[in-house]
Ligand binder design. Structure first.
Ligand code: ADP
Length: 393
């Protein structure tokens, strides 16, 4: 059965076509700069990459091009071969604790939760509607970033604020990257043959850490929005909220403008003054750039803080997993973090750590009290699995 996995952003659409249940990637690609002057799309098939520039006005146009390309490239003979389309949806609030078949009600809820995810939910819905327009009868599935964290207890997800704000305005911790943390949890369960106490560190441009027990999220570092928690590429993570009115007055800007700066002009970018891309920061760090040394020190300390906290929450973690762009590819960050965890009995093998780029493997020594692994995440596959399971019924 052919299943499409879709991640639609405001001006982009990423896709992967899987053969399920074999979990084989047939073709993947990205449409970028949709609605802008000149759009680009890239399709990866059979080890080759096809790149084309053209005008793509809407997401629906992108879906039409994608389907025509699949026919032209002889990947499918007819549109009917696509039996399910799964979509990443960022915010499912406390109604959705798992993936669901998309109905009118689900679409209405995605709109309803837009105030909780103004940048993402509208774009995710446009992706859904575009496929509805082009593939009229295909079953579609919503896979929520927040769903995995719905197992958090009240004492973890509530903020110490007046309770009626939670009831009236839905103010609480939701957590994000749930599809990735769930993938890590399921991957490890398959690998070791049982559930374990896991600290899953999804460190990419956006970053979050999740404490997992019995395959369930117990707590996670992101909050009401993906701005909370760790220091990230351009996001500040946790800061004292009292700086908000203070800075708005000093800078003579609105709260919205300041939050935009917290999201886009902070984190590694702000501290290093070099880049939000860790590769650039690392090369300057190696050259002895003082701000990059400071940046990576702060970056790794925030990760260590959450790992230490979740080690206590889990009453002793068994596994620390590094995943996503930085987690999978940066021996420097992994070493900076693990060296600060010696007090927990964490020991990594420096050679193994240096070798581990974007592939699965252990980097801890045999006498490390907590095992440390690198596991490449695969959110697209998780979306395809959920879609296949709901569509085949
Ligand atoms: P997101 O999905 O949040 O946009 P990714 O998980 O793709 O982010 O991670 C992007 C980050 O991963 C970037 O900061 C990038 O620098 C970092 N990264 C990718 N490859 C490497 C590498 N080889 N070494 C260090 N960092 C890397």
């Amino acid at each position: 059965m052919k299943i499409l996995s879709i991640n639609a952003g405001s001006s982009s659409l990423k896709f992967t076509l899987f053969e399920m249940p074999e979990e084989k990637v047939i073709v993947s690609g990205t449409f970028e700069k949709i609605g802008l002057l000149s759009s680009i799309y890239t399709i990866k098939y059979n080890g080759e990459k096809k790149k084309k520039e053209c005008v793509i006005n809407t997401h629906k146009d992108a879906v039409n091009i994608l389907m025509s390309e699949l026919i032209n490239m002889k990947i499918i003979k007819s549109y009917n071969e696509i039996e399910g389309v799964g979509h990443r949806v960022v915010q499912g609030a406390d109604k959705y604790s798992e993936s669901v078949l998309i109905s009118k009600e689900v679409c209405e809820d995605i709109i309803k939760y837009t105030p909780l995810a103004p940048l993402h939910n509208p774009a995710n819905l446009i992706g859904i509607e575009s496929f509805q327009d082009v593939l009229h009868n295909v079953k579609q599935v919503a896979v929520f970033d927040t769903a995995f964290h719905q197992t958090m207890e009240e004492s973890e997800y509530l903020y110490p604020l007046p309770l009626e704000w939670k009831e009236k305005y839905s103010v609480r911790k939701y957590g994000f990257h749930g599809t990735s943390h769930r993938y890590i949890s399921e991957f490890l369960k398959k690998y070791i043959g049982k559930d374990a106490k896991i600290i899953s560190c999804h460190i990419g441009n956006g970053a979050s850490i999740c404490a997992i027990e019995n395959g369930k999220s117990k707590d996670t570092s992101m909050g009401f929005t993906p701005l909370a928690g760790l220091m990230m590429g351009t996001r500040c993570g946790d800061v004292d909220v009292s700086v908000i009115p203070y800075l708005c007055e000093k800078l003579q800007i609105s709260v919205t403008e300041l939050i935009n700066k917290f999201n886009k002009e902070s984190g590694l970018l702000a501290i290093t003054g070099v880049s939000s891309d860790l590769r650039d920061v690392e090369s300057e760090y190696m050259n002895g750039n003082a701000r990059c040394i400071l940046g990576l020190d702060m970056y790794s300390k925030k990760i260590v803080n959450y790992i230490s906290m979740y080690n206590t929450l889990l009453d002793g973690a068994e596994y620390i997993i590094f995943t996503a762009g930085v987690g999978e590819n940066s021996p420097i960050v992994r070493e900076l973090v693990c060296d600060k965890l010696k007090v927990l009995g964490v020991q990594i093998d420096k050679d193994l750590n240096e070798e581990m780029f974007g592939k699965f493997g252990e980097i801890s020594t045999s006498n490390s009290k907590i095992k440390v692994f690198v596991v490449p995440t695969d959110e697209e596959l998780m979306i395809a699995r959920d879609t296949f399971n709901l569509v085949k019924e």
